[in-house]
Design a protein around this ligand. Structure first.
Ligand SMILES: Cc1cc2nc3c(=O)[nH]c(=O)nc-3n(C[C@H](O)[C@H](O)[C@H](O)COP(=O)(O)OP(=O)(O)OC[C@H]3O[C@@H](n4cnc5c(N)ncnc54)[C@H](O)[C@@H]3O)c2cc1C
Length: 412
């Protein structure tokens, strides 16, 4: 009865890790999320491009914590936190805490552009990925019976905005879905009508990667017939016409927006000090200066290393979860807390079959080697033996037979 109650908001990379780290400790854990599963977001684009099905990259939280004692999961939306009264307000009632870890992650950022918010497709959740898959396949179905050349070309033009890892991976995967798979399903379509266009506002793809890898990614995409356009800033999109800042435009029925994220909506309503992209400023020990029993980790937290904000990436969230848990336990015992030091494991992005770029420590690879590293890292990152096996089988099948198993339009 006298166990301290640790409440964790969010069961993504940070929250999940924190809850797992607290196993066997003398505390009562309550994990709250609006979804009943943990999602492996780095493979969402493969669901969108018909390579994997959603259940292969998501895992039910109750199954993960089946054996963990002093653990409770609450499926609910968190609406507010009363830091003075130490209570979390959810759609299912109030939850008191002795220590709180906020790991609410990020949401898509349209930078206030209403036309994009209304008409662009996004890739942040399972629903988005399935919607995008349905949309791409439906565009091919419509184009197969479209007599008007201009409309057919708009249906078969796929615009990806944002040259970060998600944009690069999605553009490469679209190109392969089309050239390796759909061309066989739609023999009547003229492939010259099909275009994948990757728009990036900066002068290079994959910001933060070494220049050699950035160039390689652009070259490989071009070799896959992706039209890579740098210094191309999107101004507006009405569902039919993409308007660019230089006055040009592209007729397209598909615009995937992967050009930005900002903190999840909850973080804007907590009355905390926010920095770039709404991230909440934390101490080097990862808690709030005003409320030392509250920790913020992952995408939601703002902390700098050598003058730059830590990236919004899974390894940051996972490493911060470890330190937050250590510090909560140290705090309870009146011991000194640890300062968070990020150990950068490197960066990876795949561009398709046999092609990826990788920076691991001082090593940089491209091509097949990098692709194998990417495959292994992502397989290990998935939760559950069944999911790893299913993904491995799917990847092997697709590799050998140039196939994508999940070419289903599952909604009207
Ligand atoms: C398409 C895509 C590809 C990516 N690829 C990579 C990659 O290759 N490598 C990499 O390192 N990173 C990648 N990232 C980034 C990585 O996923 C994030 O940095 C990481 O998930 C952050 O972890 P987190 O715990 O802070 O938040 P998340 O993992 O996003 O978890 C947040 C959780 O909080 C829950 N939540 C939010 N608000 C509420 C609320 N109000 N009430 C209840 N629950 C709430 C959400 O449902 C979610 O489960 C990718 C992201 C995306 C979207």
């Amino acid at each position: 009865m006298d166990k301290k109650r640790i409440v964790i908001i969010g069961a993504g990379f940070g929250g999940l890790r924190a809850a797992q780290k607290l196993a066997g400790k003398p505390v009562q854990v309550t994990l709250i999320d609006r979804r009943n599963y943990h999602l492996f977001q780095p493979l969402l684009y493969q669901v969108a491009t018909a390579g994997l099905s959603p259940d292969e990259i998501a895992y039910p939280l109750r199954a993960i914590f089946r054996k963990q004692k002093d653990f409770d999961f609450l499926l609910a939306e968190v609406n507010a936190v009363d830091f003075a009264a130490q209570k979390v307000f959810t759609s299912r009632g109030e939850v008191p805490y002795d220590a709180l870890i906020i790991a609410a992650g990020a949401a898509v950022n349209f930078f206030g552009n209403a036309s994009l918010a209304e008409n662009a497709l996004t890739l942040k959740d399972v629903g988005d990925a399935v919607h995008l898959r349905n949309h791409i396949l439906r565009m091919f179905e419509q184009a197969a019976h479209e007599n008007q050349q201009e409309e057919r070309r708009a249906q078969l033009t796929f615009v990806v905005v944002g040259g970060g890892p998600t944009g690069v991976e999605s553009a490469g995967a679209f190109a392969e879905l089309i050239s390796l798979v759909l061309r066989r399903d739609y023999p009547g379509l003229n492939l010259d009508d099909v275009r994948v266009i990757l728009l990036e506002a900066a002068d290079a793809l994959l910001a933060g990667f070494p220049p050699k890898l950035q160039k390689n990614a652009a070259q490989v995409l071009k070799a896959k017939h992706v039209d890579v356009r740098l210094l191309a800033k999107v101004e507006a999109y009405d569902g039919r016409l993409v308007e660019l800042a230089d006055g040009s435009s592209i007729s397209s029925r598909t615009l995937l927006w992967s050009a930005g994220v900002r903190v999840a909506g909850l973080m804007d309503s907590l009355g905390l000090e926010q920095a770039r992209l709404g991230r909440v400023r934390v101490t080097p020990q990862l808690n709030l200066a005003q409320h030392p029993q509250v920790y913020v980790i992952g995408d939601a937290a703002y902390l700098e290393k050598a003058g730059s904000p830590l990236p919004m990436m899974a390894p940051v969230a996972v490493q911060q979860a470890d330190v937050a848990v250590e510090n909560i336990l140290a705090q309870a015992k009146g011991q000194k807390q640890r300062v968070f030091e990020y150990r950068d494991p490197g960066s990876l992005a795949t561009i398709g079959r046999n092609a990826a770029v990788a920076r691991l420590g001082k090593w940089q690879f491209t091509g097949f080697m990098a692709w194998v590293v990417w495959l292994v890292v992502h397989l290990i990152g998935l939760i559950g033996f069944r999911n790893r096996l299913m993904v491995l089988i799917n990847w092997t099948w697709d590799y050998l037979f140039y196939d994508r198993a999940v070419r289903l339009i599952t909604r009207e």
